[in-house]
Design a protein around this ligand. Structure first.
Ligand code: ADP
Ligand code: ZN
Length: 495
């Protein structure tokens, strides 16, 4: 069996190179491919650009027969089919826009088992004629792209995705892979339930945008926000950025006010004529207009690698939107900034808008829930990045990323913790033992009972030791003759 496994590895590797032109797998890809080849169901949550397509395209090649891919956007399916054909993989697309003859021709190919990957839209699965066709070709694998669309808990629910629960009923033996770039825990559970996945292996990863620095500012006054925004942009000369605003009017106003300050900014929102929108978008892509003040209408399908900052002049309604919008910065991997302004009023306003927009109780409570998560993220006192990754279910997040506003202020927090901790054990321990007590890694029972125990547990022992040394140099702590750490005497206040 070991020999078989090695053979399978070699086959995967060869196919990766021969058909897809890649030398190595990205994180999780190989494990996912193997699961599918063994007939397991998979739920893959991978960040945009993480390489989801390969996860089902490679097994499709190795499994032979036909793999059915369900995807919501015809334009995207067309691109994929073109790419696959260029790679020498027999791929086709079946849509209602095609002529009757074109559809018949593809169906004939399917009957001959000569199409490896077939892309279809979700509603097609509901058509009895198509279901009959599927029965005769007996697909080897189903891949459901943008699987979060099946869930009301997601931010892009599509009714026609609900049709897809029929796949398991029709093909109880065929493996299914569900793929998405955004899925909170609720959405993941919903996807598994709706698609009737059987004990799927779940893969979640690739969400950390290390090069984006997150900064959040609580500021009620819009004038003050604008003042800080103008300053921020002035500090990023000749750089491209997007400012997301709550309304069309706000986008217009902010762009106009920036232009008064000689910052080349243009508004973008659904209220502008189509040709104006494409002109602005084009000018942004060509670096003729560096700054866009926009509503959420801006950004879909925009792949500009060198956007250096994304500002949220008002907070978004959920963390998925925030992640997606701020994620438009720094696609090139170079340092980029995310800056967000908020106040409790913003969330009160959003809540009212949501109450107007959603009638049903279930929808309403879902949206309010998401809004609350967004608000608590803004108000958080722990690492921004770690919190985002937690929402997306990514494990092993470091407790301090070092690249967000909270982490930037972490050294002060650490110093405060050390000083108050040492005050309670003043003169009793050397630096190493004190650090072990503060981080909570010291073993003796007597230590675990001290109030200082674990006071700095988010930091490593080395970090705490270094800080103790620094504090001693600054005379904020003292070292006694027998090398024990002591609190510095309080400076007396006069008067
Ligand atoms: P997603 O659908 O997750 O957004 P794609 O499947 O479109 O991502 O892949 C994004 C890009 O990454 C594509 O250009 C693809 O060719 C590339 N890619 C995928 N897998 C690998 C790999 N193992 N090695 C190198 N590039 C890869
Ligand atoms: Zn952080």
């Amino acid at each position: 069996p070991l020999g078989d496994a090695m053979k399978a590895d070699a086959t995967c590797q060869k196919t990766l190179e021969a058909f897809f032109g890649h030398t190595s797998f990205r994180p999780n890809q190989e494990a996912i491919v193997k699961d599918l080849l063994e007939g397991r169901d998979v739920l893959a949550v991978m960040a945009t650009g993480g390489g989801k397509s390969l996860c089902y395209q490679l097994p499709a090649v190795l499994l032979g027969g036909t793999t059915i891919v369900i995807s919501p956007l015809i334009a995207l399916m067309k691109d994929q089919v073109d790419d696959l054909q260029a790679q020498g993989i027999a791929a086709a697309l079946l849509t209602s826009n095609q002529t009757y003859d074109a559809r018949k021709a593809i169906e004939a190919e399917l009957q001959k088992q000569s199409i490896t990957i077939l892309y279809v839209s979700p509603e097609r699965l509901g058509l009895p004629a198509f279901q009959g066709l599927l029965r005769t070709i007996n697909p080897k694998l189903f891949a459901i792209d943008e699987a979060h669309c099946i869930s009301q808990w997601g931010h892009q629910f599509r009714k026609d995705y609900r049709t897809l629960s029929i796949i398991r009923d029709l093909f109880p033996e065929t493996p299914i892979i569900a793929l998405t770039a955004t899925a909170t825990k609720e959405v993941r559970e919903d996807i598994i339930g709706q698609l009737q996945l059987r004990k799927p292996n779940q893969y979640v990863g690739g969400f950390d945008r290390e090069n984006i620095r997150y900064t959040v500012i609580m500021e009620k006054s819009e004038d003050e926000r604008f003042r800080r925004l103008a300053l921020f942009i002035a500090n990023h000369p000749r750089q491209s950025g997007i400012i997301y605003c709550r309304s069309r009017k706000a986008a217009d106003d902010i762009a106009a006010k920036l232009r008064k300050r000689h910052i080349l900014a243009q508004p973008y929102h659904a209220g502008l004529p189509g040709n104006e929108r494409s002109r602005v978008q084009d000018a942004f892509l060509k670096n003729q207009v560096p700054v866009i003040a926009a509503t959420i209408a801006f950004g879909m399908g925009i792949d500009k690698p060198d956007v250096r900052f994304v500002v949220h002049f008002h907070p978004p309604k959920d963390i998925e939107s925030f992640y997606q919008e701020s994620g438009r910065a720094g696609r090139d991997g170079k340092p980029a900034e995310s800056l967000l302004f908020y106040s409790s009023q913003d969330f009160a306003i959003s809540k009212k808008l949501i109450e107007k927009e959603y009638q049903s109780q279930i929808d309403l409570s879902i949206r309010i829930n998401k809004l609350n998560t967004m608000q608590s993220w803004c108000e958080s006192t722990t690492c921004r990045r770690q919190k985002i990754l937690k929402v997306f279910g990514e494990k092993n997040a470091e407790s301090f990323c070092g690249n967000c506003d909270i982490c930037a202020s972490a050294p002060k927090l650490l110093h405060d913790r050390i000083i108050s901790g040492i005050a309670s054990i003043s003169g009793r321990f050397g630096i190493d033992t004190a650090a072990a007590i503060l981080t909570g890694s010291s073993q003796p029972d007597a230590h675990t009972l001290l109030p200082a125990y674990g006071l700095a547990s988010q930091w490593s022992e080395d970090e705490v030791k270094q800080s103790i040394h620094a504090l001693i140099r600054d005379k904020k702590l003292l070292l006694s003759g027998n090398m024990r750490v002591k609190a510095a005497p309080k400076t007396k206040r006069r008067g």
